[in-house]
Design a protein around this ligand. Sequence first.
Ligand code: ATP
Ligand code: MG
Length: 228
Amino acid sequence: PDLPARGELILTEVGFGYREGRNVLDGLTLTVDSGERLVIAGETGSGKSTLGKLLAGLYASDHGTVRFAGHDLAAVDAARLRSRIVLVPQEVPLVDGTLAENLAMAAGSPDRAAVARTVDLLGLADWVNSLPYGLDTTVSTRTLSAGERQLVAVARAALTDPAVLILDEATAGVDHGTAARIEEALSALADDRTLIVIAHRADTVARGRRLLEMPGGRLTDIVRETAD
Ligand code: ATP
Ligand code: MG
C-alpha cells in the first residue's frame, strides 16, 4: 500500500546491535510527531547514526518496531519508503556527472526547470552560480566538501517531496558558510515535514528545538527532553 504523505514516526522498544550480545540501542521508545523539529545529540559512538538508519528503515531492528503513519517499516516496500523518509548521511556519495544530474537522480526525471526552481526555493542559487558552470559543473567528492555534498543531498531530497528528512551532520568539512546554507535549505524545505537533525555542532543543538540526548558513550535511553 502507499504510505501517507505525512505521519508520525514511532519507535517501540527498539533494540539493535551490530554484534550478538552488544546492543547499540536497547529498549528505545520514541515518538516523533508529524512536522516536528527534533535534534538528536550525543557523544561519538553513542549510536546516533545507527538510530538515523533505523528511523529511515535502512536497518531493521532486532527487537521492537519502527512505524511511520502506523506502517511497520519492516513491511514497507523499500522504494516507497525511500520516497517518504530520506536520510542525508554523514558522508554523501555522488554519482559521476554534473550537479544537475546529482540533484535529479532520486526523483525520476525532473526537468531542468524543476531542478532550477528547487535550487532557488532552497536559497542555493548563489552557491550554484559560484560554481564554474553552475548546474552543469561536473562534481565529485574531490571538488565538493562533505558539507557541500550534504547540501546537494538536501536539494535532491527536496525534489522527492519527503515526509521526513533526517540530516546526520557531517563531522568535518563544513565551514560556516556551508553550515548556514544547509540551515537555510532545511528551513525552506521543512514546511510541515518532519525534520530530524543529528547534531555534532554545538550551535545546532542550541537551536531550541526538542532535544534528545544520549548518555555517555552508549545510547540506551533518552535522558532529557526539552521543549522550546
Ligand atoms: P559519531 O558521532 O562518531 O558519528 P554515532 O553516535 O553516530 O557516532 P554510530 O555510528 O551509530 O555512532 O555507532 C554506534 C556504535 O556502533 C559504535 O560503537 C560503532 O563503532 C558501532 N558501529 C557503527 N557502525 C557499525 C558497523 N557497520 N559495524 C559494526 N559496528 C558499527
Ligand atoms: Mg554518526
